[in-house]
Design a protein around this ligand. Structure first.
Ligand code: NI
Length: 257
């Protein structure tokens, strides 16, 4: 049984065959999927999707790319969702992205901070996006994330950063790039980090693992990530699937089915 801890099934690239993709996930033994929000519209869509499928859960949040569009009323709306919608299990994805810089850095930091505080106030874990922003990310988490729980999705930092995040109580999630030939630092991090602190994800439709790289990604492909972790750690992929699934259930406080 596998759990895809981060997907974007509400993306328009699934508009033509979303139900088929979800059925394929089920037949490939995907026992759960967390569908991450990236803006208010995709967060609402994420909740609607989760409410239609028992094994899909929703996270609501504003991605750093969309931080520039955040308005005050969005925080109240997210809080209503966190309190009223049973399938909403986390705030995400939220964070910083200095690679694309689609929103000004100061705006990204402010919107990230507001959502961290929202998660803390409502006692929910966070799903964090971090790209080319390690310094500011760690500075904000050291200051603001005491006692919080969450995951760094598609982890892209080094071993030292990984160890500090683990000490803070965070989990690290690994996606398709682990399977790429040019993966340099990530295999080392995966090797050194206890399996009990790793999650697996697709981040579909993005980051398609080998051997399907270049095509659209989907939850059924999360198995390739589990297989690569198993190879690195000298375990079976079934063991990796089982432990990472338990980790996901524990972090997001999802009752096992
Ligand atoms: Ni994502």
């Amino acid at each position: 049984m596998l759990f895809d801890s981060h997907a974007h099934l509400t993306d328009e690239r699934f508009d033509d065959d979303r139900d088929d993709v979800i059925e394929r996930a089920k037949s490939e033994k995907i026992s759960g999927i967390i569908n991450a929000g990236a803006c208010m519209k995709s967060s609402a869509a994420s909740i609607a999707l989760a409410n239609r499928h028992p094994f899909i859960y929703a996270a609501v949040g504003i991605h750093p790319h969309d931080a520039k569009d955040a308005v005050e009323a969005d925080y109240a709306q997210m809080e209503d969702w966190l309190r009223q919608e049973k399938k909403v299990i986390a705030v995400g994805e939220i964070g910083l992205d200095y690679y694309y810089d689609f929103s000004p850095k100061e705006v990204q930091k402010e919107v990230f901070l507001r959502q961290l505080q929202l998660a803390k106030k409502n006692d929910r874990p966070v799903i964090i996006h971090n790209r080319d922003s390690h310094g500011d990310m760690m500075e904000i988490l050291r200051r603001e994330a005491k006692g919080m729980q969450g995951v760094l999705h598609c982890f892209s930092g080094g071993l030292e950063m990984a160890r500090e995040l683990l000490k803070m109580g965070f989990y690290l999630s690994v996606a398709g790039p682990l399977t790429y030939k040019n993966a340099a630092v990530l295999p080392e991090v995966v090797k050194e980090i206890p399996l009990e602190r790793l999650l697996i994800e697709t981040d579909c439709p993005y980051l398609t693992p080998q051997p399907h790289r270049g095509k659209r990604n989907e939850p059924a492909y999360v198995r390739y990530v589990a297989e690569k972790i198993a190879e690195i750690k000298g375990k079976t992929w079934q063991e990796v699937a089982s432990v990472t699934r338990e980790n996901t259930l524990r972090l997001f406080r999802i009752a096992a089915k």
